[in-house]
Ligand binder design. Structure first.
Ligand code: PML
Ligand code: MG
Ligand code: MG
Length: 252
C-alpha cells in the first residue's frame, strides 16, 4: 500500500469535442499511484481512451493530483458471484429480483431501468432515492464520478491468484468502484451495465449480496448503460458525493 507522494489520476475521453460541448462520452478511468508509477498509469489510461469500442476519442481530459495519503481507508473487495442467463430479458429479471430483495421500491427499480436503457451519454453515476425513485443528484449528463480508489497491487495479484476467472482490468476497475460505493453510508445497492456496445455483462452490488455479475443486461451493439446508486431516504447528498469523489480508498 502506497503511503507517500500519492497521486490520483482521472481520465475522461469524448468524441466530437469535449463532454461539456456535447461530445459523445467514450471512456473514463481512475487510478492511484506513487510518482514513479504515473507514466505507466497515464499510458494505461490513454490506451483505454484511444482504443475503445464506443469510438475514437478526439478529446481527452487527464487530471493528475497529489492527494493526502495519510487519510485513507482499506476495504476488502466485495465477494463476486456470476449469474449465467440466456439473454438480457432474463438478466434484467434477475436484477429486478435482487433489487426487490434489497428493499428497493418498484418505482425506483423502474426508474433505474428507464434511465440506464435510454442513457447513451452519461459519464458518471445517477443517484436515485431507493424508495421514491427520485433522482437525487443535480449533475445532468455528468453524473457523479467515483474516484480516488484503486487496488493495492500486491493484494490484487493475490486476489487474482485466488480468482483467476476474473482476471480482466474491466472487472478489477468495476469491482473496486462498487466496493467503494457499497461502503458509502446511504448506499442500498448499485445497478450497472457497461455503455460499451460489445460488453453486455453487468452487476448488482450491495453490502449483503456482494458483487453479483449477471452475464446479460443488454443486447450486443447497444450503446446504453451506466450506473445507478440507490440511496436511502434522508441521506445527506453533499456528504455522500463528497465521500465518493474525494475520499481515498485502497482495495485489498
Ligand atoms: C464498464 O465496462 O464500464 C462496467 C462493467 C461492469 C461489469 C464488469 C464485470 O464483468 O464484472
Ligand atoms: Mg465507464
Ligand atoms: Mg464504458
Amino acid at each position: 500500500m502506497s503511503t507517500e507522494r500519492l497521486y490520483s489520476l482521472r481520465m475522461r475521453a469524448a468524441q466530437g469535442g469535449a463532454h461539456e460541448e456535447g461530445g459523445l462520452h467514450i471512456s473514463g478511468g481512475e487510478k492511484l499511484g506513487v510518482e514513479e508509477e504515473i507514466e505507466t498509469l497515464v499510458g494505461r489510461l490513454l490506451d483505454k481512451a484511444l482504443h475503445h469500442s464506443r469510438g475514437t476519442a478526439d478529446f481527452i481530459n487527464l487530471v493528475i493530483e497529489r492527494v493526502d495519503a495519510s487519510n485513507c481507508s482499506v476495504l476488502s473487495p466485495l465477494t463476486v458471484s456470476t449469474y449465467k442467463v440466456s439473454d438480457y430479458r432474463a438478466g434484467r429479471q434477475k436484477a429486478v429480483t435482487q433489487l426487490r430483495e434489497l428493499s428497493v421500491s418498484e418505482t425506483a427499480i423502474m426508474n433505474a431501468f428507464n434511465i440506464l436503457s435510454s442513457a447513451q451519454n452519461i459519464r458518471g453515476a445517477i443517484l436515485l432515492d431507493s424508495q421514491s425513485g427520485e433522482r437525487l443528484d443535480t449533475r445532468g449528463d455528468r453524473g457523479v464520478r467515483v474516484s480516488r480508489m484503486d487496488w493495492d497491487q500486491e493484494q490484487y495479484a493475490s486476489w487474482i491468484r485466488r480468482h483467476p476467472q476474473f482476471d480482466s482490468p474491466r472487472i478489477a476497475e468495476a469491482l473496486a468502484l462498487a466496493t467503494k460505493v457499497v461502503h458509502a453510508q446511504g448506499t442500498v445497492a448499485e445497478l450497472c451495465w457497461s455503455d460499451d456496445p460489445d460488453y453486455v455483462t453487468g452487476y448488482v452490488a450491495s453490502m449483503t449480496k456482494g458483487y453479483c455479475r449477471i452475464t446479460h443486461l443488454k443486447e450486443e451493439g447497444d450503446l446504453s448503460g451506466g450506473r445507478v446508486f440507490f440511496v436511502s431516504p434522508g441521506t445527506s447528498i453533499s456528504g455522500y458525493v463528497e465521500y465518493l469523489e474525494r475520499s481515498l480508498v485502497w482495495i485489498g
